[in-house]
Design a protein around this ligand. Structure first.
Ligand code: URA
Length: 249
């Protein structure tokens, strides 16, 4: 693939901008492997094999990814929208190339897999792979998500039993139930859901006479939020992470 097309595919701007980056000498390349050193490349049409290419753009290394799959530790006080109404957008926490990746020849960037409320924290996935987003967010796929709930009032056996049996939410007569619900301490529980209705956890807790004070998503499929990923930080998903996400039926 030509260097300008590689940069374009990674979200470094239009093809013209990418060609300009190269012509200015701001792009360095190296081969994967020990001892390979970076050297500037000023020919935007030079062909490279992306399988063993390392890139450095304006002094910052960029790992080539044909498709982007990332996780973000969503902090409280952020909105999962490109056009937020009140709080800063989660997309501002991502580097510009992830926000500018082209998708079907339009610059759209990665999209969040589902949404979390502004006050919810925890694991959020983002990708530019439409099939992956659909697979992870479709209610038909039943991907389990675990939420740690901090409740206003003490949680008891009866509330847990009701959450497992199913509760009716105001907009749908069909009961929704937790796939699992475990007691953590007097005011906390871990709730596993396999669907993602609007404000679902908050509405389920309200339906059993309690109230969510804090909400944190700790796991999607078999992928845990890593303990070393601080709020506001993002990371590429590894092949192993992707397997963990998709291996749970
Ligand atoms: N359920 C909620 O109520 N809020 C979230 O952010 C996620 C699940």
């Amino acid at each position: 693939m030509q260097l300008q097309d590689i940069l374009y595919s990674q979200g470094f701007g239009t093809r013209r901008v990418c060609a300009g980056l190269v012509q200015h000498g701001w792009v360095e390349t190296a081969r994967l492997g020990q001892g390979a050193s970076f050297s500037p490349c000023t020919d935007a049409s030079l062909e490279f094999d992306t399988a063993d290419l390392r890139l450095r753009i304006q002094g910052v290394e960029w790992q080539y990814h044909a498709k982007a799959y990332v996780m973000l530790h969503k902090p409280a006080g952020t909105e999962c929208s490109q056009k937020p109404s009140t709080y800063p957008s989660i997309y501002t926490l991502l580097p510009a190339p992830l926000r500018q990746r082209p998708c079907k020849s339009a610059i759209q960037g990665v999209q969040a897999v589902g949404r979390l409320d502004q006050d919810t924290t925890g694991l959020l996935l983002l990708s530019d792979d439409g099939q992956f987003i659909h697979r992870m967010s479709s209610p038909k796929k039943h991907v389990p998500k675990i939420y740690r709930v901090r409740a206003k009032h003490p949680v008891d056996e009866l509330q847990i039993a009701k959450l497992l049996e199913g509760v009716v939410l105001d907009d749908d007569p069909k009961p929704v139930r937790a796939a699992a619900c475990t007691f953590v301490d007097s005011h906390s529980l871990d709730l596993t859901l396999t669907e993602g209705k609007y404000h679902q956890v908050k509405r389920m807790l309200a339906a059993v006479g309690n109230r969510v004070e804090q909400l944190h998503r700790s796991r999607i499929g078999a992928l845990d939020l890593p303990s070393d990923l601080a709020p506001g930080q993002w990371r590429w998903l590894s092949d192993e992470d992707l397997l963990r996400l998709t291996s749970v039926p």
